[in-house]
Design a protein around this ligand. Structure first.
Ligand code: 5GP
Length: 189
C-alpha cells in the first residue's frame, strides 16, 4: 500500500532494536483518514473470503478493526488484557509481548464468539507472530473458524508471517518491511 509506505517513511521512526515507532499516526495519535484507507484496502484484499466477525486485541488493533467493521457492516470484538467484573463465559490465552518483553493474558467472552462464527483477525503489527498465534488458539477454544489475518505493518525479518503461513493461515499485510538498519526502513518489493 503505497500511501502507507510513504507515511511510514515520512513519520515513522525506526528504533535500534527492530521496533518501529508509528505513534504519530497509528499507535497513539491516529490519522483517521489513513485508517479509513487502510480499512478499504483490507476490505479489498479479503474480498474473496466470507467472514461475519472481526477480531482484534486492545488497544492498537481497535482503530483499524472498527474502521473495517464500519466498511463491512460487521461487529468487531476486541480481546481484552484485563478481566472486567462484568465479564462472563471467559476464555483466555497467554501471549508474549515482544515490545514489552513480558507475558500477558488476553481474554474474551464466549458470548460473542461461537461455532457459527467465521473470524477475520486484524492488528497493527506482525512481528514474531506470538499475538497472532495466541488469537488463533483463542478462536479455536471458542469453537469458531479463523479465516484470515490482516496486519497494517509486517516486519518480515522477525518471521511471524512465515510461521502463520506454515500453519495454513491466510495473511495479508499492507506494508511489509524487509529490514530496519541504521534507522532506515526497507520495504519488500
Ligand atoms: P508479535 O506478537 O507478532 O511478536 O508482535 C505483535 C504485537 O507487538 C503487535 O500487536 C504490536 O502491538 C506489538 N509490536 C510488535 N512490533 C512492533 C513495532 O515495531 N512497533 C510497535 N509500535 N508495536 C509492535
Amino acid at each position: 500500500m503505497h500511501l502507507l509506505e510513504e507515511r511510514i517513511l515520512a513519520d515513522g521512526c525506526a528504533l535500534s532494536d527492530g521496533v518501529l515507532k508509528v505513534d504519530g499516526f497509528i499507535n497513539h495519535q491516529i490519522d483517521a483518514d489513513l485508517m479509513y484507507e487502510i480499512a478499504k484496502e483490507f476490505k479489498k484484499r479479503f474480498a474473496d473470503i466470507t467472514y461475519n466477525k472481526i477480531l482484534t486485541i486492545e488497544a492498537s488493533g481497535i482503530a483499524p478493526a472498527v474502521m473495517l467493521g464500519y466498511c463491512m457492516h460487521l461487529p468487531v470484538i476486541f480481546a481484552k488484557k484485563q478481566t472486567p467484573k462484568t465479564m462472563d463465559n471467559v476464555i483466555s490465552v497467554k501471549i508474549h509481548s515482544f515490545t514489552k518483553n513480558k507475558d500477558y493474558d488476553v481474554l474474551l467472552s464466549k458470548s460473542f464468539l461461537n461455532k457459527n462464527d467465521k473470524v477475520l483477525f486484524i492488528d497493527d503489527f506482525l512481528a514474531y507472530g506470538s499475538a497472532a498465534l495466541g488469537i488463533k488458539n483463542l478462536v479455536e477454544m471458542a469453537g469458531a473458524e479463523l479465516v484470515g489475518m490482516g496486519f497494517i505493518i509486517e516486519k518480515k525479518f522477525q518471521n511471524g508471517g512465515s510461521i502463520l503461513k506454515e500453519k495454513g493461515i491466510r495473511v495479508e499485510s499492507l506494508a511489509v518491511i524487509e529490514e530496519i538498519s541504521a534507522g532506515k526502513v526497507k520495504f519488500s518489493k
